[in-house]
Design a protein around this ligand. Structure first.
Ligand code: TRP
Length: 332
């Protein structure tokens, strides 16, 4: 009997991975493999709810696999796979569509935001996106779902869908919970520190990409927004920009906020921003180099995602069969 709990998470290949996704998510995933069964999915089916360039989408999905490995996720200890390779996601999503209410989907804040941003393409997939996400999670009977604040509503809806299904058919699905790792840092945009650092940030200087060149990283940190004060002090209410830079510096160096405050007593913001930029460059350098190496070895990457899809399918097929049986589809 396998006593380990299961973790599932996904990131869309709709843009390049960012320092925010690394410090806020992937870096923390690395330690989870000892304690949990872990599934990390590249959700390309979610990505197409917004128009994607086909060549870019394909390249990003494969590059994301390489970046996960370069960040320290060992494909032996973690199931790393691409969503469209495991057809059970689409199959369960359809079933769950029939157990998800129009009213529930209409209340999703991400749907409202994305419809406002893509007014010319409010497609049905954008609307039913949370049911596909519920399928991702429930297929693997995940106990814990590491997500940012913005995805908590979708995990709550997943629980409502699972509860509704279980009430009718008995205990089919494990009830998942959002999981915010203790050490997970919430990284904000460098130019608008009120907003989360996002790959879809309109201002390219606000976001640092995992594979960015050192000189570009340093330039973005040099231009990062601070305040009219001159003191490096952690105060996320009143000093959003500085506090965000401190969070990044702390995550990259392991220093506490107090140590950082002491380090920069009597120094200007210029010195501080340079130090943060350099720390990030050093943190990302081995990841970029490892990714570049891995990308030269396509056969290896293909073998990783094929193996991942096979292991994922094994678990997903089991759940889907159970669901089909419960709802009354004849066995084939
Ligand atoms: N919707 C998530 C996001 O945009 C990505 C995602 C898809 C996901 N399926 C998931 C996250 C399942 C966690 C679990 O960030």
């Amino acid at each position: 009997m396998d006593e380990k709990k299961t973790i599932f998470s996904g990131i869309q290949p709709s843009g390049e991975l960012t320092l925010g996704s690394y410090l806020g998510a992937i870096k923390n995933w690395v330690e989870l493999a000892d304690t949990y069964n872990t599934y990390y999915c590249i959700v390309d089916m979610h990505a197409i709810t917004v128009r994607q360039d086909p060549a870019q989408l394909r390249r990003r999905a494969v590059s994301q696999i390489a970046q996960y490995i370069a960040c320290g996720l060992d494909p032996k200890d973690n199931v790393i796979f691409i969503q469209s390779h495991v057809p059970e996601h689409a199959q369960l999503a359809w079933v769950l569509d029939c157990y998800t209410m129009f009213g529930e989907l209409s209340r999703m804040t991400q749907f409202k935001d994305k419809s406002a941003k893509n007014a010319d393409n409010i497609n049905a997939g954008l609307f039913t996106y949370p049911a596909l996400m519920a399928a991702d999670i429930l297929l693997y009977q995940a106990d814990l779902v590491p997500v940012g604040e913005d995805q908590k509503q979708h995990v709550e809806l997943t629980r409502d869908i699972a509860h509704r299904f279980n009430t009718i058919y008995g205990d089919v699905f494990t009830m998942p919970e959002p999981f915010i790792p203790k050490t997970g840092a919430r990284i904000m945009s460098l130019t608008t520190p009120e907003n989360k650092m996002s790959k879809s940030d309109k201002d390219p200087g606000g976001c640092i990409y995992l594979l960015e060149k050192p000189e570009d990283i340093l330039r973005s940190f040099k231009r990062a927004v601070t305040d009219s004060d001159t003191v490096v002090r952690f105060d996320p209410e009143n000093k959003k920009g500085v506090s965000n830079l401190m969070t990044i510096y702390s995550a990259a160096t392991g220093k506490t906020m107090e140590e950082i405050e002491n380090e920069f007593v009597g120094k200007g913001y210029g010195d501080f921003k340079l130090a943060v930029g350099e720390a990030v460059v050093e943190q990302l350098r081995p990841i970029r180099e490892k990714t570049e190496d891995l990308l030269k070895n396509k056969d290896y990457l293909v073998s990783v995602y094929r193996d991942g899809a096979e292991r994922a399918s094994h678990a997903a097929y089991k759940t889907l069969r159970k669901v089909y049986k419960k709802i009354g589809f004849p066995e084939k």
